[in-house]
Design a protein around this ligand. Structure first.
Ligand code: ADP
Ligand code: MG
Length: 469
């Protein structure tokens, strides 16, 4: 029972966090047991522990308490070989759940703990999420073209659509499709296919420079037949990595090997990308992935129900599809929530229950990301004890300049609004002002000023929590 609750909690958190956060922080978290509402979780290092204390503890507690219908508090314990302990468990003991999630990340933040890796599937196997296949993808008007192109690429890599770039908003299936290509090729051919997020590519590159192993790095990426790179927006401002990717690109392209990229926005909206790399992204086929229409949303829900072996009434599915329109991940979150409810309480779902259970997800999804600019402004103003109108306004007093900068930065980071739209919310400021402030904040965060990093973490967690209320 406790194990189920833990699994459901993790599934729900996975749906509510950016994938990179989840794969960086939650894949090495180990459930240790529960006693009287106190839940012990093992983390691999003090670094993880601090991060969890600051960013995720409350989220886990709230999610678990909400799903379990009683209060749970989390105790974090550093246990260097927790994962090993996990796999050594005898079968008659209550199994401890390890949150498993296929992650391409071999650059976890606590690099020092790398040696704790036990005999797991190879990194190559872990790059691909086996559930991301063409069969499990439901094409609709919004995605037919992307779907067909990816299929054509998988069947005949390096020919018609090379390179190919898929772009579109969060949760619309970019990762699913690009991974489907990889899974298809792995299953049907012997060709070497590599999936990597631009973030991991960057981290690996930096690491290889630090360890003087750039040649190894170059070999790894230049030997592949098909390179699938997810979320290239992450490369913005990373000039060195861009340079490396440019060279890799040329190498692969000139020898007819397939490259597929994804991006959360059109290439022309990427900032701080060198012209020569931008022109490479623009070469070949660029495909837009749009939000699904109502019929496609219902079809996706039906498919997911089928996969999970559950049945919900048409009116429940209609309710979800009518209320969530812009993000397939959010559709899935609704199903996860209802399934958890059914399993824990052993009850069927009526329309009334569905409405009650889903009201948080649905109300927070009224904008594309689940987080509104208003909410961000409110949380930041409250934290600094200044008024929302001061943050929005023109006052140059030091006491509001920093909160304003932070609020703009968080709007950019946590929502899908463009800098123009954000500027409008800040009393009609120009988008360049927003950009300037966001960049300033990013620079400060990068120079890893401890205090400001801590503040941002705290605010982010609170905003995410509030958005779920
Ligand atoms: P993105 O990378 O664009 O942010 P993902 O590929 O991670 O989005 O998709 C989010 C979730 O929604 C995934 O679990 C994915 O399987 C699912 N999904 C998205 N589009 C579809 C679709 N058309 N059919 C089935 N599942 C989908
Ligand atoms: Mg993605």
């Amino acid at each position: 029972m406790m194990d189920e609750l833990w699994k459901t909690t993790i599934a729900q958190i996975k749906d509510s966090l950016p994938e990179s956060d989840f794969s960086s922080w939650f894949t090495r978290l180990v459930f240790g047991g529960e006693d009287n509402g106190k839940v012990t979780l093992y983390v691999p290092s003090a670094f993880f522990k601090d991060k969890f204390e600051a960013s995720f503890k409350e989220l886990i507690e709230n999610t678990m308490s909400e799903l379990g219908g009683q209060n749970y508090s989390i105790i974090l314990e550093v246990k260097k070989d927790a994962q090993k302990l996990n796999s050594d468990k005898k079968s008659d003991e209550k199994p401890k759940t390890e949150t498993s999630f296929p992650s391409s990340s071999n650059n976890q933040p606590a690099a020092a703990d790398q040696k704790n890796k036990t005999s797991k599937p190879s990194v190559d196997d872990m790059m691909f999420n086996p559930s991301y296949t063409f069969e499990s993808f439901v094409p609709g008007d919004n995605s037919n073209f992307a779907y067909s192109a990816c299929m054509a690429i998988a069947k005949n890599p390096g020919s018609a659509y090379n390179p190919c770039l898929l772009y579109g908003g969060v949760g619309l299936g970019k990762t699913h499709l690009i991974q489907s290509i990889g899974n298809y090729i792995k299953k049907n051919t012997k060709q070497k296919v590599v999936y990597v997020t631009a973030e991991n590519f960057t981290n690996e590159y930096i690491q290889s420079v630090g360890e003087k192993k750039t040649q190894q790095f170059k070999n790894k990426y230049r030997k592949v037949s098909i390179l699938l790179m997810d979320d290239i927006q992450f490369l913005q401002k990373k000039a060195e990595t861009q340079n490396e990717l440019f060279n890799t690109f040329n190498d692969l392209y000139d020898t007819g090997r397939q490259i597929v990229f994804t991006c959360d926005r059109p290439v022309e909206e990427l900032k701080d990308i060198t012209d020569r790399l931008r022109s490479r992204f623009e070469r070949g086929l660029n495909i837009d992935l749009l939000p699904p229409n109502y019929e496609t949303r219902v079809a996706i829900l039906r498919k997911k129900c089928q996969e999970k072996g559950v049945i919900f009434s048409d009116e429940v599915l209609d309710y979800i599809a009518s209320n969530i329109s812009s993000n397939v991940r959010a559709l899935e979150s609704c199903l996860t929530k209802l399934i958890a409810y059914c399993q824990l309480l052993n009850k069927d779902i009526s329309l009334e229950t569905a409405k009650e259970q889903l009201k948080h997800i649905i109300s927070s999804n009224n904008d594309t990301s689940g987080i509104s600019i208003d909410l961000i402004l409110r949380v930041v103003a409250n934290y600094f004890n200044v008024s929302v109108s001061d943050i929005k306004g023109k006052n140059k007093n030091q006491s509001v300049v920093l909160p304003r900068q932070i609020a703009m930065y968080l709007c950019r980071k946590l929502t899908d609004y463009s800098t123009t739209e954000i500027g409008n919310e800040f009393d009609g400021k120009n988008h360049t002002t927003v950009m300037y402030n966001v960049q300033k904040m990013e620079a400060r965060l990068k120079s890893s000023e401890k205090e400001i990093n801590g503040v941002i973490d705290k605010l982010e967690t609170q905003i995410k929590l509030e958005s779920r209320k």
